[in-house]
Design a protein around this ligand. Sequence first.
Ligand code: FAD
Length: 360
Amino acid sequence: MTKMKVLISGASVAGPALAYFLHRDGHDVTVVERAPELRDSGYAVDFRGAALDVLEEVGILAEVRGHETNMRGTALIDERGVEAGRLPAEAFAGELEVPKRELTQILHRVTADGVEYVFGDSISGLTQHGSGVTVEFERATTREFDLVFGADGAYSKVRQLAFGPHADALRHLGLSGAGFSTANYLGLYRGGMLQQAKDAAIYLFSADRADRLTVSLSFATASPALDRRDRQEQERAVRAAFAGHGWQAPRLLEAMSEADDFYFSSACQVHLDRWSRGRVALVGDAGYCAAPTSGMGTSQALIGAWTLARNLALSGGDHAAAFSAYEAELRPYVAENQAKGQQAAAMFGGGAGPASSHAS
Ligand SMILES: Cc1cc2nc3c(=O)[nH]c(=O)nc-3n(C[C@H](O)[C@H](O)[C@H](O)COP(=O)(O)OP(=O)(O)OC[C@H]3O[C@@H](n4cnc5c(N)ncnc54)[C@H](O)[C@@H]3O)c2cc1C
């Protein structure tokens, strides 16, 4: 095996998982993360199918299971605010669901000893040459690597630098939403409530923090342009979308302004003809995001990292062959997940289906 110096951009799911496998296989691994520390995401993520095998291979399945949200299902609320049916827990929670922050912390902890983590920085330039990649950073000095991996999410900087503008890769699913938490004034316990209207949906749940209610207010949008606007403008758009919407909407809109964990994001997918360019390859949402509505993003990130590392190990140092094999193996799975993401977007108020890409 040829020992390589590799750089991974992004320390969420795909990045640390890939770091684990590449370090285990004897490579010299650096991870750069833009955030100053691990992100404390308020939502839960779920695992399905072979993703559980990947957790097992990393040796963390039992520990991850220890953080299971144990959700009991979701009540479907009609326009009068009355429970009209129920979705089983598996609909949103897959085979195992945990708060995302716990997964990220565990993945970081099991890699922190052998992998160099650099927080609060970002790649700012990539130049490929015959024997490697020269990488410039916003803060750190320029360094040389054999391979560079983008595990930096749907708005991947690596993809932007090595593949082209976001507009070429991102596909909007006609849906945007605000997320935040508030006091659990409904007394929900390990359960959720979903109210869907024609072009807007309210989803509430309480998982590991019994005193908190996690809120998602989603609505139909023509483009994800709001993602790049300031909070005031985003809140204005949410208020407009839920004006006249009954049930919990007025109280939740009030709570939104007070929330200190407010975020706003649009359901986008990433579609690319190829997932690698020379010595640079993409993994997880950066390369093939299926959108949060698919419920498959975390599984895909883990399985993607594992597939990529396995093919690199099998290739005996031929990165081009490894990247082709990785892509050939994973594409059918990704296509299935992206189809799920498109179908489910309609359930949360979207409906535009696989809409056109956008510029940003
Ligand atoms: C509200 C919401 C709910 C979701 N619900 C679910 C769910 O129920 N089930 C599920 O499976 N998935 C869900 N997902 C999707 C899931 O979170 C992602 O698919 C998964 O986290 C992908 O992992 P990733 O590591 O590829 O990318 P990400 O988790 O997006 O991580 C990217 C990392 O890269 C970092 N980064 C970004 N830019 C740079 C840069 N320039 N330099 C360095 N680092 C950078 C980011 O800070 C981040 O840490 C949800 C997502 C959202 C937003």
